[in-house]
Design a protein around this ligand. Structure first.
Ligand SMILES: [Zn+2]
Ligand SMILES: [Zn+2]
Length: 206
């Protein structure tokens, strides 16, 4: 296995904590401006729930579009046709947020298995080889194919390759699981267009 097969990866290594909207986290409050409508699922009408927030100062490895410094991952925490929650990514300029939303809306119904505990991160940076793929929650690296694949996905908007960017895990290497479960104790992988991360994302649960 040559060095060209190594991909930079960041194991997020979640630990239960009490983050604020100014922190990177899983399951904590999002930095959400009062004048930005909260996303609502077009299929079932439920509001999305904040799942992950990652600041550029903590995770410069993420492909932040210029003028943004925080990415927010929201889930519609019900099952959808693809067999998991719907996923929405919001890339935001934190310095543009002046007044915060008073309260994040509560869905009337959620699948409990898509609702995580509240966690901060103790990230571990490493180079990941395709024959030693971590199944933990991580940025970058290789896709942990458990039941399918490997697949190559292309952007439905421009045809460019979509890169493995974020993986949310049922089980963490530390043993401190955040208590969500994707598929059959698998991972929810988010692939982003290499040309423009705001093009439609690909979510693959494996
Ligand atoms: Zn939905
Ligand atoms: Zn694209």
């Amino acid at each position: 296995m040559g060095a060209e097969d190594a991909r930079p990866a960041v194991l997020l290594n979640p630990l239960e904590g009490e983050p604020t909207d100014a922190d990177s986290h899983i399951g904590g409050p999002l930095l959400w401006p009062i004048d930005d409508p909260w996303p609502v699922c077009s299929v079932d009408g439920e509001p999305f729930v904040g799942a992950v927030q990652l600041y550029q100062r903590d995770f410069p490895e993420l492909p932040f579009p210029s003028g943004t410094d925080v990415v927010q991952v929201l889930l519609c925490a019900l099952d959808h046709d693809a067999g998991g929650p719907d996923v929405r990514l919001v890339w935001r300029d934190s310095s543009s947020v002046v007044e915060l939303i008073e309260e994040e809306p509560d869905p009337s119904e959620v699948e409990e298995r898509y609702v995580p505990t509240i966690n901060v991160f103790e990230p571990i940076r490493y180079a990941e080889h395709p024959d030693k793929v971590s199944g933990g929650t991580k940025i970058g690296g290789w896709t942990p194919w458990y039941d399918s694949g490997p697949f190559v996905f292309s952007c439905p908007e421009c045809g460019s390759v979509q890169h493995q960017t974020l993986s949310l895990a049922t089980h963490e290497p530390s043993g401190d699981d955040v208590e969500w479960e994707f598929g059959d104790e698998g991972n929810l992988n988010v692939f982003l267009c290499e040309k423009d991360v705001r093009h439609p994302i690909k979510v693959h649960i494996d």
